[in-house]
Design a protein around this ligand. Structure first.
Ligand code: AMP
Ligand code: MG
Length: 563
């Protein structure tokens, strides 16, 4: 059915014929789709005639020239014609579908997101689906898709200072210097040259003083001692340091201001006693930190880098987050005056901005978008230029104004990897990626998490899904909240159908065991259920409550309480 020359360009967009239908697939980009369609539109009547069963011998009797004339196309043998998506971008059709080029048969496999399955908001509420078309995934399946579709972390060079806290090293770091860099005293006392028998008792002259300060120290001989302070360099030749506590001042200089002779009480002094040898804390050339190590805020790692004089390190860059609330009813939380009927104060934005910052990420406040498709699209497009991960809340339920999925799929050309998760709260949680061009013209993948609007759902799904992605993007391993086993302090009801992430307070008892107390009512709209919560209990679905003392896993969001 495919013709030669000009008509042959149908081999790209025409995937095949099924029964009497010509199936045309176009590239996902609006430009590519338009070009391909323009290229074939005039030949479509001929294709349809044939597909409908016309006698092809009679149809083709006049040859290709005649057919082209009838169709109003001229033969150029394909060289100056629009080439479609493939050649301009140097790769074959994007958006995950694969055609059998030039074959009569349709060969296509689709990945999620290849075709929009979201509602088309332009068609109004009567057309919306009455059940979500997105498959219901388990939490683990959803997490696996996040892992699979989150880009690898990128590497940046950063100066070593307090701002480095939270960063993850992208390189092994070696010590370029010995610590200490010189032989140093561990105590305040006297540097000595220990005789063979180790017996230092006797009265000896103080011939020099060494303070912890840069400078030269003159050598010491047996029978002489030098006063030395903690951390000061040893005089060359000294073999040990005697603590000031093991000595007695015997004589002073004539003006009474200086020590002249000291009696040493130590009888069994070993060589090297009270001395930090060169490199005894950190040996030059050893690896002090490894790729993947996180620089903690408590200071251990920064201290290590500082001690050996590392001024800059390569770390994984940390993604920038944007937080957007959606909904016509949402007003700024601090808007003065009473609420009008239907208005809701924006609870999610301040909550998520603070949670993102607490985990060490820069957060851009994207404000509130109303439930207008154009407004939402514009806000998201702009956000995707400035941030790596966009979090939206609201607009993912089943209402006709739930615009997130359609906007991501239809307007932004994004891929929705999941749009429904079997969990409570957080069922409509949606995860998508969008490819955009950055300022250098490179194609980069940005993430969109569209979280449910109810405040408790939003915060639970932030910790469960967004945080692992942030961790993957910044090299933190393992990604996500730490998991610890806990004992239930009281019975917990279970949801019959869905596993639940129950907000709870974990504290450590006198026996060292961790126990969990519920924060109370768990309705997803109940923001108070997050108050004081330091953990999400992973409760299975089940018909009966879990009894007091049962063991479950808890995901820790904050420090464990001590009683
Ligand atoms: P939606 O998914 O947009 O239907 O929202 C579900 C529920 O969450 C509705 O009751 C919304 O009013 C509420 N909601 C949505 N966004 C927010 C927000 N930023 N702060 C507080 N409540 C919200
Ligand atoms: Mg809404």
């Amino acid at each position: 059915m495919i013709l030669m020359s000009q008509v042959a360009m149908m081999s790209r967009p025409v995937a095949g014929v099924r029964n009497k239908t010509v199936i045309v697939t176009l590239p996902g980009s609006p430009k590519g789709a338009k070009e391909n369609l323009e290229a074939i539109i005039k030949t479509l009547p001929h294709a349809c005639q044939q597909a409908a069963g016309a006698d092809s011998r009679a149809l083709h009797s006049g040859g290709v020239k005649k057919l082209e004339q009838e169709a109003g196309v001229t033969s150029t043998h394909g060289t100056s014609q629009p080439q479609g998506h493939q050649d301009r971008h140097g790769h074959s059709h994007s958006h995950g579908h694969d055609h059998g080029h030039g074959h009569g048969a349709l060969v296509r496999h689709t990945k999620p997101g290849a075709f929009p399955i979201s509602n088309d908001p332009a068609r109004g509420p009567t057309w919306r689906r009455r059940e979500s078309p997105y498959p219901m995934l388990s939490v683990d399946e959803a997490l696996a898709l996040i892992q699979e579709n989150t880009p690898k972390p990128s590497v940046v060079t950063r100066r070593v200072n307090a701002d480095l806290a939270g960063a993850v090293l992208a390189e092994d770091v070696g010590a370029g210097e010995d610590v200490p860099a010189f032989r140093a005293s561990i105590v305040d006392g006297y540097a000595v040259v220990v005789p063979k028998d180790g017996n230092m008792t006797g009265v000896l002259p103080v011939v020099a003083v060494s303070h912890a300060a840069p400078g030269k120290v003159k050598p010491l001989k047996e029978g002489e001692i030098a006063r030395i302070t903690t951390g000061a360099p040893l005089p060359p030749g000294a073999t040990s340091v005697i603590m000031v506590e093991d000595t007695i001042l015997k004589t002073k200089t004539s003006d009474g201001t200086e020590e002249k002779e000291i009696q040493i009480l130590a009888s069994d002094v070993k060589e090297g006693e009270n001395i930090r040898e060169v490199g005894s804390d950190i040996k030059k050339g050893t690896t002090i930190l490894r790729r993947g190590d996180q620089i903690s805020a408590v200071g251990g790692e920064i201290g290590l880098l500082a001690a050996v004089g590392v001024a800059e390190v390569e770390v994984f860059s940390r993604p920038v987050l944007g937080v957007l609330s959606t909904g016509d009813e949402i007003v700024n939380h601090d808007r003065p005056g009473a609420l009008q009927m239907g208005e809701v104060r924006d609870t999610n934005r301040p909550t998520l901005v603070s949670a993102g910052q607490e985990w060490g990420y820069r957060v851009v406040d994207l404000g509130v978008a109303t439930d207008k498709p154009e407004r939402l699209e514009e806000t998201l497009r702009d956000a995707l230029r400035h941030v790596d991960v966009v979090i939206t809340t609201g607009g993912v339920s089943m209402g006709e104004l739930d615009l997130l999925k359609p906007t991501i799929e239809r307007a932004l050309g994004g891929t929705i990897h999941f749009g429904r998760v079997a969990m409570k709260p957080g069922k409509p949680t949606t995860f998508a990626t969008v490819t955009v061009k950055n300022n250098n013209g490179e194609r980069v993948t940005k993430l969109i998490f569209s979280l449910p609007g109810n405040p408790a759902s939003a915060l639970v799904t932030f910790h469960l899904f967004v945080l692992p992605a942030l961790h993957l993007l910044s090299g933190v391993s393992p990604p996500g909240l730490p998991r610890v086993p806990v004992k239930l302090a009281h019975a917990f009801p279970l949801d019959k159908a869905r596993p639940e992430y129950h907000r709870a307070v974990i504290s450590v008892g006198g026996d060292g065991a961790l126990s969990a107390v519920s924060t109370g009512g768990q309705r997803s709209s109940k923001v108070g259920s997050m108050k004081g919560a330091n953990a999400l209990l992973c409760l299975p679905a089940g018909p009966e409550p879990l009894s007091q003392g049962a063991r479950v896993d808890a995901l820790l969001m904050g420090p464990i309480h001590t009683n």
